[in-house]
Design a protein around this ligand. Structure first.
Ligand code: 0L1
Ligand code: MG
Length: 256
């Protein structure tokens, strides 16, 4: 079967929120490059319907997550306008087995491209940083996949929420930033920004390097989710998820 047909199948499962079997169980020889090609073909189906690319997300940026999938590399996905929650509410409609994870979002004022990006380049191009929560939702049964499967499924992207308050990129030492995530008032996960490839800025560098291999870039105005600061937790109807970002305030999300 061709890559386009696999992309069509994944797209159908994404928009109908139905689980599917891993594509690597059913199609032999798929490579990581094939998986990114499938991801792009899937995204084109959304943009052909009027959706808009507004940024990128990095995934598998922590050692814990890489170990859980059995890989030693980060991955990326596309962020579409339709994925952004404009209010702190998560509707379970259209989601299969969603999980949430706290992240730092970078918003860009300048284009970033190339294979020799440094932290200095990233700071010069950054307009602001903002606390965020990503909702991930693998389309695969039991949230179980290989690297190729998860890349083809747009790195499990589903929804994301970015807090109202923006901060100067120089205001915080992001690797030291502490995060506490609670479900219904009980602490569920704690972490620090260093969980994200040692420092969230490294995630942006890696994002640009990976994009440059497919001739793409971070464009002005784009938002990039740098990766989970803690493990993701499952969410259920009527949950309240609150995340405290040390010195940056809280995000409180209601689930229904
Ligand atoms: O944002 C993420 O780190 C998710 C990447 C895919 C792995 C997963 O679904 O847990
Ligand atoms: Mg994430």
């Amino acid at each position: 079967m061709g890559l386009r047909a696999i992309a069509d199948e994944i797209y159908q499962h994404q928009i109908t929120a139905q689980e599917l079997d891993k594509i690597t169980l059913r199609y032999d020889g798929l490579t990581v490059d094939d998986a990114y090609a499938i991801q792009q073909l899937t995204i084109q189906k959304y943009t052909n319907q009027g959706d808009r690319l507004i940024g990128w997300k990095m995934g598998l940026t922590s050692k814990a997550k890489q170990q859980s999938v059995g890989v030693d590399e980060a991955i990326f996905g596309h962020l579409l306008e339709s994925m952004e929650l404009t209010n702190p509410e998560i509707s379970l409609k259209g989601l299969i087995h969603p999980r949430v994870e706290p992240e730092i979002a970078f918003v860009f004022k300048h284009r970033l491209e190339g294979t020799h990006i440094t932290a200095r380049d990233v700071w010069l191009a950054t307009e602001c940083v903002m606390p965020a929560v990503e909702v991930i939702d693998s389309r695969y049964k039991n949230f179980s996949f290989t690297l190729v499967d998860v890349i083809a499924d747009n790195a499990s992207s589903a929804k994301f929420y970015v807090a109202d308050q923006a901060f100067s990129p120089y205001q915080f030492q992001l690797d030291k930033l502490g995060v506490v995530m609670c479900r219904n008032g009980e602490v569920a996960q704690t972490g620090a920004g260093a969980a994200v490839l040692g420092h969230p800025v490294r995630s942006i560098i890696e994002q640009v390097h990976m994009l440059s291999r497919i001739g793409k870039a971070i464009e002005p105005g784009m938002v990039v989710l740098t990766g989970g600061i803690t493990e993701a937790i499952y969410i259920y109807d009527q949950d309240t998820i609150s995340v405290e970002f040390e010195g940056m305030g809280d995000i409180e999300l209601s689930v229904h």
